[in-house]
Design a protein around this ligand. Sequence first.
Ligand code: ZN
Length: 154
Amino acid sequence: MNHDQHQATYNSRRPLDRQIRAAAVYCSDGRFAAQVDDFLQDALGLTSCDRLAVPGGPAFLVGYSDIGREEEMLVGQLLFLVDAHQLAYVVLIAHEDCAFYTQRLGVPVEELESRQRADLQTAVDRLRGLRDGLRVDAFYARIRGDGVSFERWF
Ligand SMILES: [Zn+2]
C-alpha cells in the first residue's frame, strides 16, 4: 500500500505512456480539474496528453494587449510541446464562471459567455495558422448542478 504519507517513494500504478499525440489547454481553475481529466480520457480517448493549465486557459491565444508578454511566453510553450512531441491535435477548453475573464480582464458576467465564444474562435484560428495541419478543437465546460458538461463549440 502506498497510502502512508511518511513513505518516501510512491510508485504509480499507471503505466508510462510513451506516445503523446495531443495537448490540452485549459484554465488552472481546480474546480474543473477532475472533470477535465475525465473528459480528456473518457470522451476524447486521450489517455495521456500534454497539458498547459494556466489562468484563462486558451485566452492567451487571443492577443490581449494587457497580458502581452505572458501571452507570448505561453504561445511559445505550447508551440514547443507541439513541435517537440510532434503533436497532431490540440484541445482548447474554456469554462463557465472564469475568474480570469471577470477579474483580470474585467469582463461583465453577462458578457462572459459571448466573449469566451468569440475568443475560442480566435484562438482556434490563430493556432491553426501557427502550425499547418494541426487539428484544433474547442470546448466549453458548463456547470450543470453539481456536475460539469462539455460542449463542442468549434
Ligand atoms: Zn478560469
